[in-house]
Design a protein around this ligand. Structure first.
Ligand code: FMN
Length: 196
């Protein structure tokens, strides 16, 4: 197998690993920089880089846990729900909040193209983490719309998309249950023949 085939096989083996199955260590600063470089290689019309990744680790995890717990209480989840949501913040070795900076009035690049760039960046970031031996999962939930949480993570004009939980996978991920095969996704376009 060529190095390209090996890389592709590794990519095809990427599955999300949820926070419950992530243990120490998380990626180092150097590895996080590589993952961010990979994110920056995603297609991005006009190179707007319409996103920022905000690293949550160490003592900052406690702050995020308190915000999550308050949001759970505000959503009527009670103390048990608050503890569960706090645990979601504390458990992964490292969390990266993803915020989008969409310029809705951009003269050249409509908002949907900027969102596509954000998605590509997330995907490359997670794939790079996987290639470095880490596991991760992008998560959102109703709490991204909690005003206190949104204000804590976003500058004016930014939108909180969610969080990428990162760490070392404690077990092999189960893999996808519902993804279609490539033949369902890659289809021949016959519009020209129909209208020709
Ligand atoms: C922006 C975004 C938000 C997501 N939010 C959630 C979420 O809140 N809960 C969840 O279970 N999956 C969420 N997902 C999906 C998972 O990250 C994951 O992609 C999905 O479970 C499929 O697994 P796979 O990556 O192994 O194919 C989200 C994905 C994206 C791109």
């Amino acid at each position: 197998m060529t190095p390209e085939h090996i890389a592709l096989q590794a990519l095809l083996g990427r599955y999300s690993v949820g926070p419950r199955h992530l243990v120490e260590p998380g990626p180092s600063d150097e590895q996080l920089a590589l993952m961010t470089q990979a994110a920056l290689r995603a297609p991005d019309h006009a190179e707007l880089v319409p996103y920022r990744f905000k690293l949550v680790r160490g003592a900052a995890k406690e702050g995020m846990a308190a915000l999550f717990a308050d949001a759970a209480r505000a959503a009527g989840k009670g103390e048990e729900g608050a503890a569960l949501d706090a645990e979601r913040a504390l458990r992964p070795p490292l969390t990266v909040a993803v915020v989008a900076r969409i310029d809705a009035g951009h003269p050249q690049v409509p908002a949907h193209e900027q969102w596509a760039a954000v998605g590509g960046a997330i995907s490359n970031f997670l794939t790079a983490a996987h290639l470095l031996g880490f596991g991760g999962k992008m998560l959102s939930g109703a709490k991204v719309r909690n005003p206190a949480i949104a204000a804590a993570f976003c500058e004016p004009g930014e939108t909180l998309l969610g969080w990428i939980a990162l760490g070392t996978p404690a077990r092999r991920p189960a893999g996808p249950a519902r993804k279609p095969g490539p033949a369902e996704v890659l289809v021949a376009w016959t519009g020209g023949a129909r209208h020709g």
